[in-house]
Design a protein around this ligand. Sequence first.
Ligand SMILES: *Cc1c(COP(=O)(O)O)cnc(C)c1O
Length: 423
Amino acid sequence: MRHETAALHAGYEIDPTTKAVAVPIYQTTSYAFDNTQHGADLFNLNVAGNIYTRIMNPTTAVLEARLAQLEGGIAALCVASGMAAITYAVQTLVSAGDNIIATKTLYGGTYNLFAHTLPHQGVEVRFVDPNRPEDIAALTDAKTKLVYCESIGNPAINVVDIPAFADAAHAQGLPLVVDNTVATPLLCPALALGADIVVESLTKYIGGHGNSIGGAIIDGGKFDWAAHAERFPQLTTPDASYHGVNYSEHFGAAAFIARARVVPLRNMGAAISPMNTFLILQGLETLALRMERHCDNALKVAQFLQNHEQVAWVNYPGLDNSPYKALIERDFGGKASGLLSFGLKDGREAGARFIDALQLFTRLVNIGDAKSLACHPATTTHRQLSDEELQAAGVSADLVRLSVGIEHIEDLLADLEQALAAV
Ligand SMILES: *Cc1c(COP(=O)(O)O)cnc(C)c1O
């Protein structure tokens, strides 16, 4: 199945009992065991089946299968938010005393997790320039567990050379984890480009309607954990927290995603609700159509702003003069998603006046909604960052970020025009 088809059909066969065509919402906490032996077999991971909705749910299983297919992975795990997905992906591989390597250009929540929360838990994060994968070797030691980047950075809107990052990570025996939230599998085949694990916020383009928070981890199944057994004891030695299971031996290629489910998710518990899964499945059905319009509208908005006398600069990777245009052509099928940023010649104050004058674009901090959105990161999502940290994250004080929706392009341009006139 191609993307458009998989988004509608993958992972669900018409329910044999009820003949329901829409994916049913299994709003249940628990599942009955046939007998004591069946219960024991389920807990021992000897037979597949449902136990408790914190760990698995049949509605969520459809979304997991669908996302795994769209990303080209072998299995997926859905959790309560994008942040929970990122946290659990990291915690599947790290223990206190370990370190990870991450690009400096990150989503604000991820930056806080990496720069503050993980270090408090004994995990060091070493930041690397997103344009310098060659620096990964010097940052790696025996305690390094993974390399992390965003395929399209939010809010810096930079594009990472995933094949180059994958090669640099693999040369050190490290897996590459890619946050594919902004690009989505429709634009960026991160696993095929060399990533080993994909994480994403389902809250954004995949759900697409700004009504449900969710996150996913997708396992490419290609990283050979057993070949690097000393670096990854969590996957290659018996786990006392789960009846001494050795994930690599028991689950083979699916060792990573199995541990993500039965350790971080089972023990820390950020489960997604079946209702949110259902709403995200509903949104996912039209992802392909929406992404086409998001990309077309964003390019037209970027070109409009670039030609406007009040605008100092525009950053949209789909513009011909963008330093990322070549990567967008090579790896993303020429499409650059719906996020762009720009600055006004009059600077920070003018940016604030512009935001206040918008009538159709909504002022908020989400992205990827079907509706157009605007925000000023320096005073909202990134307000806890110092000026130096802002610069390293690719966020200047005057930066206005637009998440261009799927409205009629003329209505969007008219709103931007009147807001610029009001400045
Ligand atoms: C929003 C976002 C996240 C976090 O997702 P939530 O669902 O809000 O927890 C992670 N990465 C990127 C790139 C995002 O835009």
